[in-house]
Design a protein around this ligand. Structure first.
Ligand SMILES: [Zn+2]
Length: 177
């Protein structure tokens, strides 16, 4: 049992460090590891080289509904859903893996990531508790983050129907399927 608990702790620390490196807020670490607040705080300062930012986590689903964030959130969630079916991982490790792939994909297209790891983590929670959902676009067939009970027959995604002010090219090339 002793060996097991040491291994488990090592894993928790590794997870926490990874999350800090990806820019996660302290609340994410508190929620996803069993490490004490004091240890997490110390770890955070050591890894990030600064104190964690204070203040509330973003709790609203609104951000995910705005145009560009919605495309980024949808891309992340598609990767997450795919991995969820393909590999056996703990929930938080799945978020980490999907988030890394999201970053890779966005950066490979010369775009700035819009979705933080903290928001990606919250997004999965919103999906799990039914506050947000995924709906298939009636035009392109891609799956996008929407409010629950969106009527699929009439749903058109932000890529097929960008707002006039969005112009062209900004999200260009991002494929969400
Ligand atoms: Zn579409």
């Amino acid at each position: 049992m002793r060996t097991k608990s040491i291994l488990s702790e090592a894993k928790q620390i590794e997870r926490a460090v990874t999350l800090i490196q990806l820019g996660a807020r302290l609340q994410v670490l508190e929620s996803e590891t069993d490490l004490s607040y004091e240890r997490l705080l110390r770890l955070y300062k050591e890894v990030a080289g600064k104190s964690p930012s204070k203040g509330q986590l973003p709790f609203s689903t609104d951000w995910f509904m705005t145009w560009q964030p919605n495309i980024h959130a949808s891309l992340f969630l598609n990767i997450h859903e795919y991995l969820n079916k393909a590999v056996e991982l703990d929930d938080i490790d799945l978020v980490i893996k999907a988030y890394r792939l999201y970053l890779e994909q966005v950066r490979s297209q010369g775009l700035e990531p819009q979705l933080s790891i903290t928001r990606a983590w919250r997004l999965v929670k919103f999906i799990d508790n039914g506050m947000l959902s995924m709906t298939r676009c009636s035009k392109c067939g891609g799956h996008f983050v929407t409010h629950p009970h969106e009527i699929a027959k009439h749903f058109v995604c932000g890529l097929c129907n960008p707002p006039a002010r969005a112009g062209k090219g900004k999200s260009g090339g991002l494929q969400v399927h």
